[in-house]
Write a protein that binds this ligand. Structure first.
Ligand SMILES: [Zn+2]
Ligand SMILES: [Zn+2]
Length: 197
């Protein structure tokens, strides 16, 4: 196969990912486009549409990729803006972005880019409570343990978590059990905890 007459598999795959079909790609090849550089010859998305018959949105996507410019991209806020306060820890903590975090001290809503462990924008204290993990005994802010990934129990349920672990419950089961427990069931466990002391 002559490489000259066909675009590379990589380029074809990229174009497919942008929404082009085999037919579009063939049309491009026939009109002499074989590399990313050839798109700068085409110059604009309108011309690309004329050449391939793709729709405007796909054409804009392809051209903004090929030209590496932001010309056609809508002005989107850059989510990768790094504010440079990285803690150096890259623990894969998943924070549900839908949840608005409110400061436990002053109740102020934290900004969208809030990350577990950040200080409150309003009062400067750690916005989320620091809790201890009933499973691995490390402690930290947020909903989940950074060490073992377990969800934290509230401070009042911590001892119940310890007790259930001693009873042989699994890491995942404990939080679920505690959440489903009634006040009486918790009280019954407290009675056992007190007895065992
Ligand atoms: Zn606060
Ligand atoms: Zn833990």
């Amino acid at each position: 196969m002559e490489a000259e007459n066909n675009m590379s598999k990589l380029l074809a795959n990229i174009l497919k990912a942008k929404g082009l079909t085999e037919e579009h790609i063939t049309a491009l090849e026939e009109s002499g486009v074989h590399s990313k550089d050839d798109f700068s010859m085409i110059g604009d998305y309108q011309t690309l549409m004329d050449v391939t018959g793709i729709d405007q949105e796909v054409s804009q996507k392809v051209m903004s990729w090929a030209l590496g410019a932001t010309t056609y991209a809508p002005a989107a806020p850059n989510p990768n803006t790094n504010n440079g306060n990285g803690s150096g820890s890259s623990a894969p903590i998943i924070v549900e972005s839908a949840d608005v975090v409110k400061c436990v001290h002053c109740g102020a809503k934290q900004p969208k880019d809030y990350e577990t462990g950040d200080l409150c924008i309003s009062c400067g204290l750690q916005a989320e409570p620091v809790l201890s993990c009933h499973w691995c005994y490390s402690s930290g802010p947020g909903k989940f343990c950074r060490e073992c990934g377990s969800e934290f129990l509230g401070a009042s349920d911590y001892e119940i978590g310890l007790f259930l672990k001693k009873e042989g419950e699994s890491k995942n089961a404990i939080v679920k059990l505690v959440k489903e427990m009634t006040a009486q069931e918790k009280e019954a466990i407290w009675a056992k905890i007190r007895k065992s002391r």
